[in-house]
Design a protein around this ligand. Structure first.
Ligand SMILES: C[S@@+](CC[C@H](N)C(=O)[O-])C[C@H]1O[C@@H](n2cnc3c(N)ncnc32)[C@H](O)[C@@H]1O
Length: 274
Protein backbone atom coordinates (compact mmCIF):
# COMPACT_ATOMS: atom_id res chain seq x y z
CA UNK A 1 0.00 0.00 0.00
CA UNK A 2 1.24 3.50 -0.88
CA UNK A 3 2.17 5.80 1.99
CA UNK A 4 0.48 9.21 1.89
CA UNK A 5 2.72 12.29 2.32
CA UNK A 6 1.36 12.99 5.79
CA UNK A 7 2.40 9.48 6.87
CA UNK A 8 5.95 9.75 5.49
CA UNK A 9 8.53 10.72 8.10
CA UNK A 10 11.13 12.10 5.68
CA UNK A 11 13.58 13.11 8.39
CA UNK A 12 13.64 9.62 9.83
CA UNK A 13 14.04 8.15 6.34
CA UNK A 14 17.04 10.41 5.58
CA UNK A 15 18.67 9.75 8.95
CA UNK A 16 18.34 6.01 8.34
CA UNK A 17 19.99 6.33 4.90
CA UNK A 18 22.78 8.42 6.40
CA UNK A 19 23.62 5.86 9.05
CA UNK A 20 23.32 2.97 6.55
CA UNK A 21 25.72 4.71 4.14
CA UNK A 22 28.21 5.35 6.95
CA UNK A 23 28.08 1.70 8.06
CA UNK A 24 28.32 0.22 4.56
CA UNK A 25 31.11 2.62 3.52
CA UNK A 26 33.23 1.60 6.53
CA UNK A 27 32.50 -2.09 5.95
CA UNK A 28 33.53 -1.83 2.29
CA UNK A 29 36.74 0.04 3.11
CA UNK A 30 37.59 -2.73 5.61
CA UNK A 31 36.92 -5.48 3.09
CA UNK A 32 35.90 -5.06 -0.55
CA UNK A 33 34.00 -8.37 -0.40
CA UNK A 34 31.34 -6.45 1.55
CA UNK A 35 30.46 -4.47 -1.60
CA UNK A 36 27.17 -6.28 -2.29
CA UNK A 37 25.36 -4.58 0.60
CA UNK A 38 26.64 -1.18 -0.50
CA UNK A 39 25.52 -1.84 -4.10
CA UNK A 40 22.05 -2.81 -2.89
CA UNK A 41 21.89 0.30 -0.72
CA UNK A 42 22.85 2.53 -3.68
CA UNK A 43 20.23 0.85 -5.85
CA UNK A 44 17.60 1.33 -3.17
CA UNK A 45 18.66 4.98 -2.71
CA UNK A 46 18.45 5.58 -6.49
CA UNK A 47 14.85 4.32 -6.49
CA UNK A 48 14.13 6.51 -3.44
CA UNK A 49 15.47 9.61 -5.28
CA UNK A 50 13.06 8.93 -8.16
CA UNK A 51 10.03 8.27 -5.93
CA UNK A 52 7.48 11.08 -6.29
CA UNK A 53 5.86 10.50 -2.89
CA UNK A 54 9.18 11.05 -1.14
CA UNK A 55 10.00 14.00 -3.41
CA UNK A 56 6.79 15.67 -2.32
CA UNK A 57 7.30 14.87 1.36
CA UNK A 58 10.78 16.42 1.13
CA UNK A 59 9.45 19.50 -0.63
CA UNK A 60 6.86 20.28 2.06
CA UNK A 61 9.13 19.41 4.99
CA UNK A 62 9.31 22.75 6.82
CA UNK A 63 12.52 22.31 8.87
CA UNK A 64 14.88 24.02 6.39
CA UNK A 65 17.92 23.88 8.66
CA UNK A 66 17.67 20.15 9.24
CA UNK A 67 16.81 19.61 5.55
CA UNK A 68 19.95 21.47 4.38
CA UNK A 69 22.19 19.75 6.89
CA UNK A 70 20.99 16.23 6.05
CA UNK A 71 21.02 16.97 2.30
CA UNK A 72 24.68 18.02 2.37
CA UNK A 73 25.72 15.07 4.50
CA UNK A 74 23.89 12.60 2.27
CA UNK A 75 25.26 14.17 -0.94
CA UNK A 76 28.80 13.84 0.45
CA UNK A 77 28.55 10.28 1.77
CA UNK A 78 26.64 8.96 -1.27
CA UNK A 79 29.31 10.48 -3.59
CA UNK A 80 32.04 8.74 -1.55
CA UNK A 81 30.10 5.46 -1.72
CA UNK A 82 29.56 5.67 -5.50
CA UNK A 83 33.26 6.39 -5.96
CA UNK A 84 34.12 3.37 -3.80
CA UNK A 85 31.66 1.22 -5.76
CA UNK A 86 33.33 2.33 -9.03
CA UNK A 87 36.77 1.41 -7.66
CA UNK A 88 35.64 -2.08 -6.71
CA UNK A 89 33.71 -2.54 -9.94
CA UNK A 90 36.88 -1.62 -11.84
CA UNK A 91 39.04 -4.00 -9.78
CA UNK A 92 36.54 -6.82 -10.34
CA UNK A 93 36.50 -6.23 -14.08
CA UNK A 94 40.30 -6.27 -14.24
CA UNK A 95 40.34 -9.53 -12.28
CA UNK A 96 37.85 -11.00 -14.76
CA UNK A 97 34.88 -10.83 -12.36
CA UNK A 98 32.55 -8.43 -14.20
CA UNK A 99 29.50 -7.14 -12.33
CA UNK A 100 26.60 -4.83 -13.02
CA UNK A 101 24.21 -2.69 -11.02
CA UNK A 102 21.15 -0.60 -11.79
CA UNK A 103 23.02 2.53 -10.72
CA UNK A 104 25.47 2.13 -13.60
CA UNK A 105 22.76 1.12 -16.04
CA UNK A 106 20.91 4.31 -15.14
CA UNK A 107 24.01 6.44 -15.81
CA UNK A 108 24.93 4.51 -18.94
CA UNK A 109 21.48 4.96 -20.47
CA UNK A 110 21.67 8.74 -20.38
CA UNK A 111 24.85 9.13 -22.32
CA UNK A 112 23.77 9.62 -25.91
CA UNK A 113 21.15 12.29 -25.16
CA UNK A 114 23.55 14.37 -23.13
CA UNK A 115 24.29 17.33 -25.44
CA UNK A 116 20.89 17.64 -27.14
CA UNK A 117 21.35 19.62 -30.36
CA UNK A 118 25.15 19.88 -29.83
CA UNK A 119 25.85 16.27 -30.71
CA UNK A 120 29.39 14.91 -30.45
CA UNK A 121 30.84 13.73 -33.80
CA UNK A 122 34.05 11.98 -34.79
CA UNK A 123 35.69 15.37 -35.44
CA UNK A 124 35.05 16.57 -31.88
CA UNK A 125 37.09 16.31 -28.71
CA UNK A 126 35.38 15.67 -25.39
CA UNK A 127 36.65 16.29 -21.86
CA UNK A 128 35.08 14.67 -18.78
CA UNK A 129 35.88 16.26 -15.42
CA UNK A 130 35.70 13.60 -12.69
CA UNK A 131 36.07 10.52 -14.92
CA UNK A 132 36.27 8.02 -12.03
CA UNK A 133 37.69 4.51 -11.76
CA UNK A 134 35.06 3.10 -14.12
CA UNK A 135 34.87 5.75 -16.87
CA UNK A 136 31.74 4.54 -18.61
CA UNK A 137 30.85 7.98 -19.98
CA UNK A 138 34.20 8.28 -21.75
CA UNK A 139 34.08 4.76 -23.11
CA UNK A 140 30.56 5.14 -24.46
CA UNK A 141 31.24 8.50 -26.10
CA UNK A 142 34.50 7.29 -27.64
CA UNK A 143 32.92 4.09 -28.96
CA UNK A 144 29.65 5.54 -30.21
CA UNK A 145 31.01 8.72 -31.82
CA UNK A 146 34.64 7.96 -32.72
CA UNK A 147 35.62 11.22 -31.04
CA UNK A 148 38.82 11.67 -29.09
CA UNK A 149 37.99 11.79 -25.37
CA UNK A 150 39.94 12.95 -22.31
CA UNK A 151 39.13 12.19 -18.68
CA UNK A 152 40.60 13.99 -15.69
CA UNK A 153 40.30 13.00 -12.04
CA UNK A 154 41.98 14.29 -8.87
CA UNK A 155 42.27 10.80 -7.46
CA UNK A 156 45.42 8.97 -8.58
CA UNK A 157 43.96 5.49 -7.87
CA UNK A 158 40.83 6.32 -9.90
CA UNK A 159 43.03 7.52 -12.79
CA UNK A 160 45.11 4.33 -12.79
CA UNK A 161 42.07 2.06 -12.66
CA UNK A 162 40.22 4.22 -15.20
CA UNK A 163 43.09 3.86 -17.71
CA UNK A 164 43.14 0.07 -17.32
CA UNK A 165 39.34 -0.25 -17.58
CA UNK A 166 39.34 1.88 -20.75
CA UNK A 167 42.14 -0.24 -22.26
CA UNK A 168 40.18 -3.40 -21.40
CA UNK A 169 36.73 -2.31 -22.60
CA UNK A 170 37.69 -0.09 -25.53
CA UNK A 171 41.25 -0.89 -26.67
CA UNK A 172 40.76 0.78 -30.07
CA UNK A 173 39.15 3.98 -28.80
CA UNK A 174 40.94 7.31 -28.47
CA UNK A 175 40.76 7.64 -24.68
CA UNK A 176 43.28 9.57 -22.60
CA UNK A 177 42.95 9.73 -18.80
CA UNK A 178 45.12 11.89 -16.54
CA UNK A 179 45.26 13.46 -13.10
CA UNK A 180 46.14 16.86 -14.55
CA UNK A 181 43.99 19.85 -13.64
CA UNK A 182 42.22 21.82 -16.39
CA UNK A 183 44.90 24.53 -16.41
CA UNK A 184 47.56 21.86 -17.05
CA UNK A 185 45.91 20.39 -20.17
CA UNK A 186 48.01 21.47 -23.17
CA UNK A 187 45.25 21.00 -25.77
CA UNK A 188 42.26 22.34 -23.82
CA UNK A 189 41.57 25.05 -26.43
CA UNK A 190 40.82 22.32 -29.01
CA UNK A 191 38.20 20.64 -26.80
CA UNK A 192 34.67 21.06 -28.23
CA UNK A 193 32.52 19.42 -25.50
CA UNK A 194 32.99 19.23 -21.73
CA UNK A 195 31.03 17.18 -19.20
CA UNK A 196 31.13 17.74 -15.45
CA UNK A 197 30.42 14.69 -13.31
CA UNK A 198 27.64 15.52 -10.93
CA UNK A 199 29.63 14.65 -7.83
CA UNK A 200 32.57 17.03 -8.39
CA UNK A 201 32.09 19.43 -5.44
CA UNK A 202 33.90 22.43 -7.00
CA UNK A 203 32.40 22.06 -10.48
CA UNK A 204 31.19 25.68 -10.65
CA UNK A 205 34.63 27.02 -9.65
CA UNK A 206 36.17 24.96 -12.47
CA UNK A 207 33.48 26.19 -14.90
CA UNK A 208 34.39 29.77 -14.03
CA UNK A 209 38.06 29.02 -14.60
CA UNK A 210 37.33 27.35 -17.96
CA UNK A 211 36.09 30.61 -19.47
CA UNK A 212 39.66 31.84 -20.10
CA UNK A 213 41.04 28.44 -21.04
CA UNK A 214 38.60 27.22 -23.71
CA UNK A 215 37.61 28.21 -27.26
CA UNK A 216 34.49 30.31 -27.86
CA UNK A 217 32.33 27.50 -29.28
CA UNK A 218 32.84 25.01 -26.45
CA UNK A 219 29.65 23.37 -25.10
CA UNK A 220 29.42 22.39 -21.45
CA UNK A 221 27.17 19.71 -19.99
CA UNK A 222 26.82 20.20 -16.25
CA UNK A 223 25.34 17.17 -14.51
CA UNK A 224 23.54 18.18 -11.32
CA UNK A 225 20.64 17.55 -8.98
CA UNK A 226 18.62 20.27 -7.26
CA UNK A 227 16.00 20.01 -4.46
CA UNK A 228 15.31 16.34 -3.70
CA UNK A 229 17.92 15.18 -6.23
CA UNK A 230 20.55 17.20 -4.29
CA UNK A 231 20.51 14.26 -1.87
CA UNK A 232 22.54 12.37 -4.50
CA UNK A 233 24.19 15.15 -6.56
CA UNK A 234 25.70 18.61 -6.15
CA UNK A 235 23.25 21.33 -7.21
CA UNK A 236 23.47 24.14 -9.77
CA UNK A 237 24.87 27.55 -8.84
CA UNK A 238 24.48 30.90 -10.56
CA UNK A 239 27.24 31.70 -13.09
CA UNK A 240 28.81 35.03 -14.03
CA UNK A 241 26.40 36.29 -16.73
CA UNK A 242 29.32 37.89 -18.59
CA UNK A 243 30.90 34.47 -18.97
CA UNK A 244 28.42 31.59 -19.20
CA UNK A 245 24.82 31.34 -20.41
CA UNK A 246 22.64 28.39 -19.53
CA UNK A 247 20.97 27.41 -22.83
CA UNK A 248 18.88 24.53 -21.67
CA UNK A 249 18.04 22.47 -18.59
CA UNK A 250 17.00 18.87 -19.08
CA UNK A 251 14.94 17.82 -16.06
CA UNK A 252 14.72 14.04 -16.35
CA UNK A 253 12.00 12.40 -14.25
CA UNK A 254 13.46 8.91 -14.52
CA UNK A 255 17.14 9.74 -14.12
CA UNK A 256 19.06 10.42 -10.94
CA UNK A 257 20.76 13.53 -12.27
CA UNK A 258 19.66 16.39 -14.52
CA UNK A 259 21.71 18.27 -17.14
CA UNK A 260 22.30 21.97 -17.74
CA UNK A 261 23.92 23.04 -21.03
CA UNK A 262 26.14 26.13 -20.98
CA UNK A 263 27.90 28.10 -23.69
CA UNK A 264 29.93 31.27 -23.51
CA UNK A 265 27.82 34.40 -23.25
CA UNK A 266 27.55 36.28 -26.57
CA UNK A 267 28.02 33.12 -28.68
CA UNK A 268 25.14 33.12 -31.18
CA UNK A 269 23.59 29.68 -31.01
CA UNK A 270 23.44 27.75 -34.30
CA UNK A 271 25.01 30.56 -36.35
CA UNK A 272 28.29 30.08 -38.18
CA UNK A 273 29.40 26.93 -36.40
CA UNK A 274 33.15 26.52 -36.79
C1 LIG B 1 32.12 8.84 -8.86
S1 LIG B 1 32.93 9.49 -10.25
C2 LIG B 1 31.59 9.68 -11.38
C3 LIG B 1 31.93 9.50 -12.84
C4 LIG B 1 31.06 8.50 -13.58
N1 LIG B 1 31.79 7.29 -13.79
C5 LIG B 1 30.60 9.01 -14.92
O1 LIG B 1 31.00 8.43 -15.91
O2 LIG B 1 29.83 9.96 -14.95
C6 LIG B 1 33.28 11.12 -9.72
C7 LIG B 1 34.77 11.36 -9.71
O3 LIG B 1 35.00 12.77 -9.59
C8 LIG B 1 36.30 12.92 -9.04
N2 LIG B 1 36.50 14.31 -8.60
C9 LIG B 1 36.02 14.92 -7.49
N3 LIG B 1 36.42 16.20 -7.46
C10 LIG B 1 37.17 16.42 -8.59
C11 LIG B 1 37.87 17.54 -9.12
N4 LIG B 1 37.89 18.73 -8.50
N5 LIG B 1 38.53 17.40 -10.29
C12 LIG B 1 38.54 16.20 -10.93
N6 LIG B 1 37.89 15.09 -10.46
C13 LIG B 1 37.22 15.20 -9.31
C14 LIG B 1 36.34 11.88 -7.94
O4 LIG B 1 37.67 11.54 -7.58
C15 LIG B 1 35.55 10.71 -8.57
O5 LIG B 1 36.42 9.75 -9.09
Amino acid sequence: MKQTNSKINIQEKLETYLSEFEIQYTETIKNSNNIKKLELLIEDYSAFILNQQYQLAYLVWPDIQKKDMLTQKLANISAKCVKQMEMIRAQRLLEGRASSSNYFENIEHCINEEFGQFKVTAKDKLLLIGSGAYPMTLIQFAKSTGAEVIGIDIDEAAVNLGKRVARTLAPEAKIHITNQKVEQLADLHTVTHIIFSSTVPIKYDILDQLYELTNDRVVISMRYGNHFKALFNYPTKPTDAQKWTCLNEQIRDNQIFDIAIYQKALVEVGVGDV
